[in-house]
Design a protein around this ligand. Structure first.
Ligand SMILES: Nc1ncnc2c1ncn2[C@@H]1O[C@H](COP(=O)(O)OP(=O)(O)OP(=O)(O)O)[C@@H](O)[C@H]1O
Ligand SMILES: [Mg+2]
Length: 368
C-alpha cells in the first residue's frame, strides 16, 4: 500500500465518493464513510439500497466506477490503482458463511493463517476459547449447531487479524433466540480484536444493538450517519424516522413560521407560508392523562397543549401497550405506547400530550 503515517486519528477504513452503476442505474451514489479502529459501523437500509454492493467494493470483489478506498490512510483502490482482495487485510463474513466440511474446526480456523505450526495452533486456540468453542477444536462442522458453526466462521475470519471486518447480514440465518446471544458474543469478540467493523443489515434493531455508529442508506446514498441514539431521536426526515418504528404524523400548514395543531403551535422557522409540514412523534413519546369531566392536564412548556382524544383500540404486546386514539380536534388518529399493561375500553375519553423535544417538523415531500 502507498504509505502514509498512521496516527490515532487516522480512520482504519475510509471510503470517499464511491459510485457504482449497473445497467445505467446508479446503485451506489456518492457514498463516503469512515470507520475507526475498534469501532462498529452499521450500514443500515432497506433491501436493494446498495449495501452489499458497497461492501463488495471495499472487499475488492467488485470495482467502483469512481471514488477511493483507504485503509489506515493508505490508498487501496481508486479507478487506476487497485490492491487485490487478498492483500487488503479484510476479513469477510457473509450470511452463507460456509465452513469447509472436510476440515476440522481447528483446520477451518487456521485456514488463512501463516506461520509455524505452533503459532497457528496458539492462535486457533485463542480464538476458539474466545468464542467459547475450544471443546469442539477437533470436531467437524456437521457435528456443530448453526450457532456454533457461525462462531467458528467468526473465529476463522478473525484469525489472520484483519484490520477490517466486513460482515453482510451475518446473523440472518440464525433463529431469533440464538441471534441475540450470538450478536452479543460476536460484538464482544470483535471489540477485543480491535478491528474496524462494517456490518451490513436491514434490521434497525440489529443496528441499534451492534453499532457505535449507524450509516443509514437509501437509494444508493447515505442519508444520515451518527450514534444510534442520535439517529433514533433526531431522524433527518420522515422516512428515516419511519425506518426505526411506527410514528405518528401530525399534518399542518405553515402560517408566519408557525403551524397550528391539536397540541398547540409548532415552530417552522424559515418555512414559507402555505407549506405543508409533517410533525413526527414516536408512540413512546406520546403521554396520556385521564379525563376529569371534560378537563385535562394543564399546558406545560414540555408538552404544550393537551388534546382530548377517544380510545379506539388498545392492545398489550408483552413489553408495552399500544393505545390508538382519535383526536377530537380533527378526527385524526394517534397511537401512544405505554410501558405496562394499560387497556382502556374503546370510547373512553382521555388526554394526550406530546413531548415537545421529541417532535420533529419536516416539510412534506410529495409522494415519489
Ligand atoms: N452484479 C449486478 N448486476 C446488476 N445489478 C446488480 C448487481 N449487483 C447488485 N445489483 C443491483 O443493485 C441493487 C443493490 O443491490 P445490493 O445487493 O447492493 O442491495 P442490498 O442493499 O445489499 O440489499 P439486500 O438487503 O436485499 O441484500 C439491486 O437493485 C441489485 O439488483
Ligand atoms: Mg445485501
Amino acid at each position: 500500500m502507498r504509505g502514509i503515517q498512521v496516527s490515532d486519528t487516522t480512520p482504519r477504513l475510509e471510503i470517499r465518493n464511491l459510485m457504482r452503476q449497473f445497467d445505467g442505474r446508479m446503485v451506489v451514489n456518492d457514498v463516503s464513510l469512515t470507520v475507526m479502529p475498534g469501532q462498529v459501523t452499521c450500514l443500515l437500509g432497506p433491501s436493494g439500497c446498495g449495501k452489499s454492493t458497497t461492501l463488495r467494493m471495499i472487499a475488492g470483489v467488485d470495482m467502483q466506477d469512481s471514488g477511493e478506498i483507504y485503509v489506515d490512510g493508505s490508498l487501496v483502490c481508486d479507478t487506476v490503482f487497485r490492491i487485490p482482495p487478498e492483500r487488503r487485510s479484510v476479513g469477510l463474513m457473509f450470511q452463507d458463511f460456509a465452513l469447509f466440511p472436510h476440515l476440522s474446526v481447528a483446520e477451518n480456523v487456521a485456514f488463512g493463517l501463516s506461520g509455524s505450526k505452533e503459532e497457528k495452533r496458539a492462535r486457533v486456540e485463542e480464538l476458539l476459547s474466545r468464542v467459547n468453542l475450544l471443546r469442539f477444536i477437533d470436531e467437524y462442522p456437521h457435528n456443530l449447531s448453526g450457532g456454533e458453526q457461525q462462531r467458528v466462521a467468526l473465529a476463522r475470519a478473525l484469525a489472520p487479524r484483519p484490520r477490517i471486518m466486513l460482515m453482510d447480514e451475518p446473523f440472518s440465518g440464525l433463529d431469533n433466540r440464538l441471534r441475540d446471544e450470538i450478536r452479543d458474543s460476536t460484538l464482544e469478540v470483535l471489540k477485543s480484536e480491535g478491528s474496524a467493523v462494517l456490518l451490513v443489515t436491514h434490521e434497525p434493531e440489529e443496528a441499534m444493538r451492534m453499532a457505535d455508529e449507524i450509516a443509514l442508506m437509501r437509494d444508493g446514498k447515505i442519508v444520515q450517519q451518527g450514534a444510534p441514539y442520535n439517529i433514533y431521536n433526531s431522524p433527518v426526515d420522515l422516512n428515516a424516522a419511519q425506518f426505526f418504528s411506527d410514528v405518528n404524523v401530525i399534518n399542518g400548514t405553515v402560517q408566519g413560521a408557525l403551524t397550528d395543531t391539536a397540541f398547540g403551535q409548532f415552530l417552522a422557522p424559515g418555512v414559507a407560508d402555505g407549506t405543508r409540514v409533517n410533525i413526527v412523534i414516536r408512540p413512546q413519546h406520546v403521554k396520556i392523562d385521564f379525563d376529569r369531566s371534560g378537563r385535562g392536564p394543564d399546558p406545560s412548556p414540555q408538552t404544550g397543549t393537551p388534546a382530548r382524544a377517544i380510545v379506539e383500540r388498545a392492545r398489550f404486546l408483552g413489553k408495552e401497550s399500544l393505545v390508538e386514539f382519535r383526536l377530537e380536534y380533527d378526527g385524526s388518529y394517534m397511537t401512544a405506547a405505554v410501558p405496562a399493561v394499560f387497556l382502556p375500553a374503546p370510547g373512553t375519553p382521555m388526554w394526550l400530550m406530546v413531548r415537545r423535544e421529541r417532535c420533529h417538523v419536516y416539510q412534506e415531500t410529495p409522494a415519489a
